[in-house]
Design a protein around this ligand. Structure first.
Ligand SMILES: [Mg+2]
Length: 323
């Protein structure tokens, strides 16, 4: 029974697993946590809810689920240029399943320890499996990187590679299995879907160099279009410059490009940088790729390898379980 004690569940499985920070006056165990927000910092706060059958498959490995539930929230902090500090967890569980809780909490702890974030409170309820995590990050006052700061002429960058998680999802949802991909490719793509790497190491360079940023949860086109809308600008993307993993490069070019543009769940960062800072940025950061530039003219233009232009049809990326 979950109702046996929500308190003991959170304490038993989670309290000792995450980082211990000196700015936590009081963590799990009282009516509220007490947290010290330093002078000159702003608190960056974000919440994300994952529902079984909507955001994840019922048979997902609980370790992967715990990791990803926190990683997607850490990704939002990275996109704002904020450093992870604390998080709270609300778990709705159909039953008290110790093996599931072990796996889930261990995955969560792996993500938490890698980013020095501490669990400071939680709640458990009985019901269909649902995970809500709220993260709190710290950023120098006035220095957060928002979606509304992109300027015409800015270079558009993305971190890592695009489309990997989308390919893994397509494999799972459509039984799509092209001959060019072998077991090692599928393992690599699946890893990207289940264990996305939150790009918190980019938070500081983003604060220094970027005018605007977002994390790619719904697909590059969908998420970049949020920046364009909020900043009241347009963009030209060089679609042959999209960064692809070695597995994605084995696919037909058109298909790889389509996945890189439109599929979600990669949790890479997309950000815009004034051209005069581009060289310094590229010297400081590896694993980022310039894919286009911001334009004063609204709209999103895709430029192909031979220079042909098409206007992007901005739709939502993969809708998890769109069926
Ligand atoms: Mg986001």
């Amino acid at each position: 029974m979950v109702a046996e004690s929500e308190f003991s569940l959170i304490e038993q499985y989670f309290s000792s697993l995450t980082a211990e920070r000196e700015d936590v006056t009081l963590g799990i165990g009282d009516d509220c946590a007490l947290l010290q927000c330093p002078q000159g910092k702003e608190l960056a706060v974000s919440i994300d809810t994952l529902v079984e059958g909507v955001h994840f498959f019922a048979d997902v490995d609980p370790h992967a689920l715990g990791f990803k539930a926190l990683a997607v929230n850490l990704s939002d902090l990275a996109a704002m240029g904020a450093a992870p500090a604390w998080f709270t967890l609300a778990l709705t569980l159909p039953e008290n399943n110790p093996a599931w809780l072990e796996g889930f909490s261990s995955g969560l702890a792996t993500a938490a320890k890698a980013s020095s974030i501490q669990l400071v409170g939680g709640d458990t309820t009985r019901g269909p499996l649902t995970i809500s995590i709220q993260v709190h990050g710290l950023v120098d006052a006035g220095q957060a990187v928002r979606r509304d700061g992109a300027k015409p002429g800015d270079r558009i960058y993305v971190s890592g590679t695009l489309g990997d998680a989308g390919a893994a999802l397509k494999h799972r949802l459509e039984a799509w299995s092209p001959d060019v991909l072998n077991d090692a490719d599928w393992a690599a793509l699946q890893q990207r879907l289940e264990y996305p790497t939150p790009r918190n190491a980019l938070a500081e360079p983003l604060r220094h160099f970027a005018n605007a940023a977002i994390d790619i949860s719904d697909g590059l086109l969908a998420d970049l279009s949020h920046i364009l809308k909020r900043s009241d600008v347009g963009a030209r993307l060089q679609t042959h410059d999209l960064p692809l993993s070695s597995s994605m490069k084995k696919l037909p070019k058109e298909l790889a490009r389509e996945l890189a543009l439109s599929s979600g769940d990669d949790y890479e960062l997309c950000f815009t940088v004034p051209p005069k800072l581009a060289d310094e940025l590229e010297q400081q950061c590896s694993d980022i790729t310039c894919i286009g530039e911001i334009t004063a003219q609204s709209g999103l233009i895709l430029v192909g390898a031979s220079g042909q232009e098409t206007t992007a049809n901005i739709r939502k990326g993969y809708d998890h379980f769109s069926a």
